[in-house]
Structures are given as structure tokens and as C-alpha cells.
Design a protein around this ligand. Structure first.
Ligand SMILES: [Zn+2]
Length: 155
């Protein structure tokens, strides 16, 4: 009789322990699921910004694709810039406002000194690189030679 009662009590205790285990497993799984969901949401929400910040480092010392630059603002863009033709040459802009400003100030805006040699060049013919690592401003170069010299001098 006494033995039987004990067994029942033991069984109950075992049941309680297993319930606790189960609850803990559920809690952990659920927390993980929540953390995962938040991470994915954050990732998608900030994807553009993350990519943009990453590029400001990754593209330093490299030729920047023209459609990532606004030639009026002279900076790296978060989104692709649009291609516009003006006086037979192709330029890239982030917005219509930038294009208008560029066209209205064509002489000042379209021609820049090569950032290494100082020679005047047209932005449409230039190679483009980041001015500083981790910043969105861009600089223009006449050719690959001055481009490389600029980054070598800043090492
Ligand atoms: Zn712009």
C-alpha cells in the first residue's frame, strides 16, 4: 500500500518535471522565433541603408558604377540614379531637380578638376571614386592612372 502511494507521488513529480521541461522548450523555441522574425524585419527594413553604408567602405579605391552616383550632388546614391543625355553626353542624376540644377549651371557643374592631377575634365568622361572611406562624396578622375595615383597617395 505504502509503496503504491509513493509510486503515484513519484509519477506526479515526474509529470511536473516533464511539464516544466516542455514549458522551457516552448519558451526557448518561441523566443527564438520572435528574435528571428525581428531580425528578418529589421534586415528588410534597413537593407538599403545597410547596403549604402557597406558600399561607402567597399567601393573605396574602386571605380564606382555611374548609376550609383548623382553628378549634381557628387555623391553616392542609395538607389540607382537615372541616366540623362545632355549636349551629346550622358550624365547620371538622383532626381529631376538635380538634373535641372545641373543643366542650369552646366558650366560650373559639368566640369571638374581631376582630383589628383587637377586637369579639368567633363564628368561624363570621368572615372568616379569615393573621396574618403566611409563617406558618400565622390571625386572624378581623367583616367585610370590618376585614379590609382590618388588612392595610392592616400594609403
Ligand atoms: Zn542628386
Amino acid at each position: 500500500m505504502n509503496k503504491r502511494k509513493l509510486t503515484k507521488k513519484e509519477l506526479q513529480e515526474r509529470q511536473i518535471i516533464e511539464d516544466k521541461k516542455f514549458n522551457r522548450t516552448m519558451l526557448i523555441s518561441f523566443s527564438l522565433l520572435i528574435v528571428l522574425t525581428i531580425s528578418i524585419l529589421t534586415f528588410y527594413t534597413y537593407w538599403c541603408d545597410t547596403k549604402y553604408a557597406y558600399r561607402q567602405y567597399a567601393l573605396y579605391g574602386k571605380e564606382i558604377p555611374l548609376d550609383l552616383v548623382c553628378m549634381n550632388g557628387n555623391n553616392l546614391q542609395i538607389h540607382e540614379s537615372s541616366k540623362e543625355s545632355y549636349q551629346g553626353k550622358t550624365y547620371y542624376f538622383c532626381s529631376q531637380d538635380c538634373y535641372n540644377h545641373f543643366v542650369n549651371h552646366f558650366r560650373q557643374d559639368a566640369f571638374v578638376p581631376d582630383s589628383f592631377s587637377g586637369d579639368t575634365i567633363c564628368k561624363a568622361d570621368a572615372l568616379i571614386g569615393l573621396k574618403n572611406r566611409g563617406e558618400p562624396q565622390v571625386v572624378y578622375f581623367k583616367n585610370k592612372k590618376t585614379f590609382n595615383q590618388y588612392y595610392e597617395a592616400r594609403r
